[in-house]
Write a protein that binds this ligand. Structure first.
Ligand SMILES: Cc1cc2nc3c(=O)[nH]c(=O)nc-3n(C[C@H](O)[C@H](O)[C@H](O)COP(=O)(O)OP(=O)(O)OC[C@H]3O[C@@H](n4cnc5c(N)ncnc54)[C@H](O)[C@@H]3O)c2cc1C
Length: 487
């Protein structure tokens, strides 16, 4: 009997092994696509980072990949958001507690390190992950064939050949520059050269954040901030966020507004430990929380002095239009950056990995991995995601400025509008709109949790339709009855 040969699968080189890169690696493993991942650090968990909040859409993709259940022990689901304003007004919203029942997945809080660990350990073949491999160059395998397969060279001189190179190397990565260089060379009338020159200004920095974590033994804080609660203390130009972890430790971030807006590539230098400590000293007496008499003496100084580590990062904001050029494509933080205020960053890193994996799986299934098919797939897959990310960037931009009370008008919005519109906005914006548009993997079964939640939502809408129609019928009936008797 004639043996059928499997369709050609493109070989993918992923650069960067954090949330985006490891998610893509797991997606490709599940799709049976050949790949290798190059990560510059020799320990995959080196990037310690803080705690992040993961939205239901990201959890759903992780569930498809068999990663969500691995997070069971290390996550605490967000229930309440407590916001304190400078005039002493404090309000609590429980909206986030509804995410689980409505969408099948919670808005979950977990350490970035735990997510990396779960993604890494979920991989069946870890030999494809090359650690301590810092990429220094990307070039065509054959110089006379610029559209052909690519060679990626690491700082130790190792060379990897692949059909597609994916930049998942974050905001300071190298792949984006290589992609832009190639895009800049395409000087046809429809080429991307001019677009690349103008779009670089799309990334800006207005804020930086200093972050740390108190040990679990700090019992006064633990009593005040229960796991599952997030506390935000808004002030003019300063925003403190406190998140309690499941083990009783508390992660904190303070965002500060900078003196002026920086535009890519004129981005500020990384803050040194001396600069971080000088800023924290300056704000040492700033009240970290106003939540009650017991907590009134908790200052920022009291938080950071007990924290074993503190670090800082500039908060870039923006979205690049060019995600792909030739055989190179970029996903995750490499092409879009949010402040943490909407909790969309890591979530969209996961979704962008899933969108690319869907496109590559489609290409593999069609058996067509020609240069034209690769160019087409890499050009088309970002389109639906980009228009959604553009809207989310705008919402995140304004939400950040409201939280940091950027002007008298925005102070008014934070004090008198946001507390009242937040719940309906989450109910409509997230439950009805956002979650429905989110990406999941086409080639893996839809998780049971997601199916059950969708059925539940549909039942809810049916009930509302019946109630609405009955109410409308009654109003019309009473109207008709009255107009008949009043004639
Ligand atoms: C303070 C703060 C709070 C946040 N909170 C949230 C939140 O609540 N919810 C949320 O969804 N998101 C949050 N985010 C955003 C989220 O953490 C990021 O969007 C996400 O971690 C980005 O992941 P990434 O894999 O794309 O990039 P990165 O994490 O930057 O990883 C890039 C990887 O590439 C590697 N690399 C770089 N250059 C090379 C090279 N030349 N060769 C090989 N490897 C290379 C790096 O070592 C690294 O491992 C927060 C961010 C910050 C700063």
């Amino acid at each position: 009997m004639e043996q059928s040969t499997p369709p050609p699968s493109p070989r993918v080189i992923i650069i960067g092994g954090a949330i985006t890169g490891l998610t893509l690696a797991r997606c490709l493993e599940k799709a049976g696509i050949d790949y290798v991942l190059l990560e510059k650090h020799s320990d995959i968990l080196t990037n310690l980072g803080g705690t992040l909040a993961l939205l239901p859409a990201g959890c759903r993709v992780l569930d498809q990949l068999g990663v969500f259940d691995l997070l069971e022990e290390c996550r605490s689901d967000l229930r309440g958001l407590v916001t304190a304003l400078p005039d002493g007004y404090v309000y609590r919203k429980e909206t986030f507690g509804l995410f689980g029942p409505k969408l099948g997945y919670p808005l979950t809080l977990l350490r970035r390190r735990d997510l990396l660990h779960a993604l890494y350990t979920s991989l069946e073949d870890m030999s494809r992950i090359r650690l301590g491999a810092k990429v220094v160059d990307i070039a065509p395998r054959v110089a006379s064939e610029p559209d052909g397969p690519l060679c990626v060279t690491t700082d130790s001189g190792e060379v990897y050949t692949g059909d597609i190179v994916v930049g998942a190397d974050g905001v300071h990565g190298v792949v984006r520059e290589h992609m832009w260089r190639i895009a800049g060379l395409q000087q046809t009338p429809r080429g991307k050269g001019n677009q690349v020159r103008t779009e670089k200004g799309a990334m800006t920095v207005d804020y930086y954040t200093i972050l740390g974590a108190t040990p679990a033994a700090e019992s006064r804080l633990t009593e005040m901030i229960q796991p599952g609660d997030m506390h935000m203390r808004c002030d003019k130009g300063v925003l403190l966020t406190l998140i309690a972890n499941s083990d009783g430790s508390v992660n904190w971030f303070v965002a500060f507004k900078m003196d002026r807006t920086r535009v890519y590539p004129d981005l500020p230098e990384k803050l040194s430990q001396e600069e971080i400590r000088a800023t924290l000293e300056e704000y040492a007496e700033w009240k970290a929380w106003d939540g009650g008499a017991d907590s009134s003496d908790i200052t920022l100084g009291a938080l950071w002095r007990v924290s074993p580590w503190v670090s800082a990062t500039h908060l870039q904001e923006g979205l690049f239009d060019t995600w792909s050029s030739g055989r190179i494509t970029c996903i995750g933080d490499t092409v879009f950056k949010f402040t943490p205020n909407l909790a969309q960053g890591a979530n969209l890193c996961i979704e962008s990995a899933a969108a690319l994996a869907n496109a590559l799986y489609g290409m593999k299934s069609s058996g067509n991995a020609t240069t034209t098919a690769i160019h087409e797939a890499l050009t088309l897959y970002p389109k639906p995601l980009q228009s959604r990310i553009k809207q989310l960037c705008l919402i995140s931009y304004h939400t950040t400025r409201v939280h940091l009370l950027d002007s008298s008008f925005l102070w008014y919005v934070a004090r008198y509008i946001l507390p009242y519109v937040m719940e309906p906005w989450v109910q409509y914006g997230v439950f009805l709109r956002e979650h429905g548009m989110a990406v999941m993997l086409d080639y893996l079964p839809r998780p049971d949790r997601d199916k059950r939640a969708a059925e539940e939502r549909a039942r809810g809408w049916r009930m509302w339709r019946v109630v609405g129609n009955t109410a409308l019928g009654m109003v019309l009936g009473i109207g008709a009855f009255c107009s008949f008797w009043l004639r």
